[in-house]
Ligand binder design. Structure first.
Ligand code: PHE
Length: 467
């Protein structure tokens, strides 16, 4: 009965800094290294980056503090914590739905995340093996297309990544999660700085990269881009799906939430910006376009590495970095649900992990097929492939919605004294945080939702009708 692993609520991280490492490991991932550069490229650079930073400050920080505090106060898996917290404050049991929605979102995200991480595994090996050396951009593009066009290859790499994720989770909070982030996060940092140094020295176009990322051109902004920036703020900070809540449950009571959350946000934002600053100059050095979409890393950047001295090694290092970052995030997508399963049912962590990972793996085949068998129009959902649809649905809808509910719960529903005690801020700072959760963050989310999903499509429709 007294099985430690069967009671996640009884466990805490061994060190105060482990929460920072684990939460930063969750936050820093494909979102920073793969998605942020390509959506910045698609959305024209500087203006998008600015909106993203504003969303991090106004929406991301208060919600991350709320999630951590709810997790630490609840001390259970998110599904049970939310239900308990609602009961404790005399609110409806329906708040438990926030936990369920989070579990559902995590499942969806992991299903495509693993496929993309699989590309990075393939590329790490190919880079180090020198496959790309001297290839023209067209040849590199052809290589990527042939990977995407081959469901068997994609499935193999997707499987490898899911197994890696499952092994870490099955080993438990201390031996699995903690030990892996302790090695992976510092390694990631060093590798990224090496790639940045390489880009500064070798590309010869560093300032062009800086300009692209920070020059503000308001005409580049559409409501769609604003929605993408907000969605990305949630995605990159792992907010809105109770991951941070699950990690918060293992946080020692003494640790300061504002300080730890501050460190996580700074690290995550820093890594995204550094990744952009490492990648864009290399793209410009090769006279290529930054707006290439999801292939930015795998075609544009890879072509750059293919033709620069030392590209084989630094390219390999770069993709290894992507794999590590992806792994420290994927484990955080699994943990909330596995924690709930072992709380709820008399099963071992290993069994829960295996079944869960197998189901995600199966669903992930939808993403695998999106690039080949299901790439045609007949298989599209709202004009998107299966993969694009799942990505859009999670990043732009369920994460912001989950975050909105968490902010409303922490700001309006939960008893003030509980959350006040958890956050342990000065009264002024607490009131500021509460105003952000009660008013600012919800307004931002609702306004952006409204304009991007109702107003803008409506205007387009009317515009078209008027022609
Ligand atoms: N934050 C991760 C990234 O940027 C993705 C993620 C989202 C992880 C939600 C956990 C929860 O890659």
């Amino acid at each position: 009965m007294a099985d430690q692993e069967a009671a996640p609520s009884a466990q805490t991280w061994t060190h105060r800094w482990t929460f920072v490492l684990a939460a930063a490991g969750s936050a820093i991932g494909l979102g920073n290294l793969w998605k942020f550069p390509y959506i910045t490229g698609i959305n024209g650079g500087g203006a998008f980056v600015l909106v993203y930073l504003v969303c991090i400050a106004l929406v991301g920080i208060p919600i991350m503090m709320a999630e951590t505090a709810l997790g630490r106060h609840g001390r259970h898996s998110p599904i049970n914590s939310m239900r308990e917290l609602a009961r404790e404050s005399g609110a409806s049991r329906w708040w438990g739905m926030v936990g369920w929605m989070g579990a559902f979102t995590g499942f969806l995200i992991l299903s495509f995340y693993s496929v993309v991480a699989g590309w990075a595994i393939a590329y790490t090996l190919e880079m180090f093996a020198g496959v790309f050396q001297g290839m023209t951009p067209a040849e590199v593009g052809g290589n990527f297309e042939s990977l995407l066009g081959d469901p068997v290859k994609l499935t193999i790499w997707h499987t490898v990544f899911m197994v890696m994720t499952g092994v870490v989770i099955a080993r438990g909070i201390h031996k699995g999660l903690e030990s892996s982030v302790r090695i992976m996060m510092p390694a990631l940092f060093v590798l990224l700085l090496a790639v940045l140094g390489y880009s500064v020295v070798e590309s010869g176009h560093f300032m062009e990269g800086v300009n692209f990322m920070f020059a503000f051109n308001p005409e580049d902004l559409s409501w769609d881009a604003v929605l993408a920036a907000m969605g990305h703020a949630f995605f990159t900070l792992s907010l809105g799906m109770c991951t941070i809540m699950a990690y918060g449950a293992y946080m020692p009571k003494k640790a300061s939430i504002s300080r730890t959350v501050g460190s996580v946000v700074v690290l995550d934002t820093f890594i995204a910006l550094v990744a952009g600053l490492a990648i864009f100059p290399l793209v410009f050095a090769n006279n290529m376009e930054p707006g290439g979409g999801p292939g930015l890393l795998f075609v544009t950047l890879t072509s750059a590495f293919a033709n620069l001295p030392g590209g084989q090694i630094f390219g390999g290092i770069f993709f290894l970095l992507v794999v590590l970052a992806a792994l420290s995030s994927s484990i955080s997508l699994v943990e909330p649900t596995v924690a709930w399963v072992i709380e709820r049912f008399p099963v071992s962590r290993a069994a829960a992990t295996s079944v869960y990972c197998a189901l995600v793996w199966l669903f992930g085949l939808g993403t695998v097929l999106s690039f080949n068998e299901w790439s045609g129009e007949s298989a599209q959902i709202f004009g998107m492939t299966f993969f694009e649809f799942i990505d859009y649905l999670t990043a732009n809808i369920t994460l912001p919605l989950g975050g909105l509910l968490i902010a409303v719960f922490a700001g309006w529903t939960m008893k003030r004294s509980y959350i006040y005690k958890e956050l342990n801020l000065s009264l002024g700072a607490f009131n500021l945080w509460r105003a952000m959760c009660r008013v600012i963050a919800p307004i931002c989310v609702v306004v952006i939702f409204y304009f991007s999903t109702i107003e803008e499509p409506l205007m387009e429709l009317l515009g078209m009708a008027g022609q």
